[in-house]
Design a protein. Structure first.
Length: 130
């Protein structure tokens, strides 16, 4: 399952064990913060200042295996991949010159993935990037 959202440059871990602090993907349009142990994340539109979710962090999903703990992180210039010992994982990758974020789920899931309930909608009218 993929989701287009938006972003660009990675600041954080280069690979191996899960870092203690958050990792960030950033572009001129937005910032995504990812908690590597849990996969929880948030997205802030830079033009409007709108953050999703407005409080706390979004989860990778409610399916078993997507809530962590993620024990390994592989980070590259435009992507972060979190892996669990169970073989399940989640990947965050920047696409479309930093205007899109793809979120990928890997491994066997007992149920379907549901993501972005009541999702952030920011338009040019609100002076947002998307």
């Amino acid at each position: 399952m993929s989701l287009a959202v938006a972003l660009c440059v990675l600041l954080g871990a280069q690979g191996g064990e899960t870092p203690k602090g958050p990792l960030f993907l950033e572009s001129p349009a937005m910032v995504v913060e990812i908690q590597p142990a849990t996969g929880a994340w948030s997205l802030r539109d830079k033009a409007s200042g709108v953050r999703w979710p407005s409080e706390g962090m979004a989860r990778c999903g409610a399916a078993e295996g997507l809530q962590g703990p993620f024990t390994a992180v592989k980070a590259e210039a435009k992507r972060i991949h979190l892996s669990a010992a169970s073989g399940q994982g989640v990947g965050f990758e920047l696409l479309d010159d930093g205007r899109s974020l793809e979120i990928r789920f890997e491994g066997k899931l007992a149920a379907g993935v549901r993501l972005l309930d009541d999702a952030l909608a920011v338009t040019d009218r609100e002076r947002g990037a998307w």
